[in-house]
Design a protein around this ligand. Structure first.
Ligand code: HMG
Length: 406
């Protein structure tokens, strides 16, 4: 039985900043950002979008009424969680009106979370072929203004429906994974910005890739020649290229050129959005599928997932007949084109606005928020989620009795 990605959707907030302008403001040669790092634009989330709303918005691309009932597993991979106890997946379940006879929870291991969710979902479907799973990778990448990591920020979410007989990509069940406790990147619970040993993290990413790739070759007998394209976790688009270049000499010059061509197609969305952490590898996959005109059913795609801390996994998947018809390329191109450009001072202002952390109530300015699901504020320590279609009622949870909160 084939199991894999049946549907895939994308959301990114409606504002961006141009990284040439950020480079100029920071006194940096713009080529460092656009060529050295490989980023052009960066999505800038206001306070009306968080890991929950972005995940729910990403599923709108494909979710049908029938699928809402068939989903029995809901996994939110995120490292930008909104609560230390309740899973964001439950808010997502409520926003999207998903089946309540389901398991819903949140998973964390830096950018690896969505891959952990995907593999768990595939195992779930293998055990229950008539059931489906929804896996989300949703994050806001924040390092701070004028920091080394600033150019690698971003925000967005990918939603994936995992099922038997998938219409897009069938997993080949050949994962090779490795985990090891290292301090390359982390975010303490008291901080909303990440800390990174930037160059160390870059080298660890490559080291993990080389190790899992070597073991993958050894265990499966496959070589680079067996792959039409490789997709990478993309903290910034130069990072995947650095990894790819390490193994390119294993194949002939023509195939090297072809792999570089597909790599270029896989980074188009990330160049515009930035790092979306858990969803990043799948943003690359989506970019490849929606940009390329020369992929065909039966092609094998390799996927490398990396989460700092750290965990790496390489696996392969096969494109399914008619996969093109399941994609939403035009919608995604429009979503990117319709974003509002912020000047650098505007971006800095938006970046510096934070939700209160002392328990006080907050009402967000929602006048510019066009996404269907958004955060309207905080009241009684509870996030007030809204659905444009449902007006002013709380869309994130059942209404609760009016009782003093202990
Ligand atoms: P930096 O020190 O600002 O940049 O940090 P640099 O000096 O290393 O330069 C970057 C590249 O630009 C270099 O190319 C330069 O040569 C080039 P490279 O040698 O790397 O090929 N360059 C130029 N090119 C053209 N024209 C110029 C020019 N000047 C320089 N004029 C760094 C860069 C990525 C380290 C920093 O932005 C950072 O710390 N980012 C955050 C951490 C990060 O993204 N790490 C990636 C690996 S870890 C990971 O993927 C996990 C993660 O997603 C988190 C998670 O798992 O949750 C981050």
């Amino acid at each position: 039985m084939k199991i894999g990605i049946d549907q895939i959707g994308l959301f990114t907030p409606g504002q961006y900043v141009d990284l040439v302008e950020v480079a100029q403001a920071r006194g940096v040669d713009p080529n460092k950002f656009t060529i050295g790092i490989g980023q052009d634009r960066q999505s800038v989330p206001g306070l009306t979008q968080d890991a929950v709303t972005m995940a729910a918005n990403a599923a709108l691309d494909f979710l049908t009424a029938e699928e809402r009932d068939q989903v029995e597993l809901i996994i939110l991979g995120t490292e930008s969680g909104v609560d230390n106890s309740k899973a964001g997946a439950l808010y997502v379940q409520h926003l999207l009106g998903l089946n309540q006879w389901s398991r819903a929870f949140e998973i964390k291991e830096a950018c690896y979370g969505a891959t952990a969710g995907l593999q768990m979902a595939a195992d779930f479907v293998a055990a229950h072929p008539d059931k489906k799973a929804l896996v989300f990778g949703s994050d806001i990448a924040r390092y701070g203004l004028a920091t080394g990591g600033e150019v690698t920020q971003g925000a967005g979410a990918v939603a994936m429906l995992i099922s038997a007989n998938p219409r897009i990509l069938a997993l080949n069940n050949d994962s090779v994974y490795r985990s090891q406790s290292i301090q390359d990147f982390w975010r303490p619970v008291y901080s909303d910005i990440a800390f990174a040993r930037g160059h160390y993290s870059t080298n660890q990413y490559i080291d993990f890739f080389q190790k899992v790739w070597a073991k993958y070759r050894e265990e499966t007998g496959h070589t680079l020649d067996d792959f039409k394209a490789l997709c990478f976790h993309l903290p910034y688009t130069k990072q995947g290229l650095k990894a790819l270049r390490k193994i390119l000499p294993e194949t002939n010059v023509d195939h090297q050129q072809s792999l570089l061509h597909y790599y270029d197609e896989s980074i188009q969305y990330t160049r515009q959005i930035g790092n979306i952490y858990t969803g990043s590898l799948y943003l690359g996959l989506l970019s490849l599928l929606e940009t390329s005109t020369s992929l065909a059913a039966g092609d094998t795609i390799g996927l490398f997932s990396y989460g700092s801390g750290a965990e790496g996994e390489f696996y392969s998947a096969e494109l399914q007949p008619g996969f093109e018809e399941q994609l939403h390329g035009e919608t995604h191109q429009q979503m990117l084109a319709n974003r509002r450009q912020l000047s650098v001072p505007e971006y800095e202002k938006v970046f510096s606005e934070e939700l209160p952390t002392d328990g006080s109530a907050y009402k967000a300015d929602t006048s510019n928020e066009k996404a269907r699901f958004y955060l309207a504020g905080i009241k009684n320590h509870e996030r007030q989620y809204r659905d444009h279609l449902r007006g002013n009622e709380d869309a994130g949870a059942e209404s609760a009795p009016d009782e003093p909160i202990a």
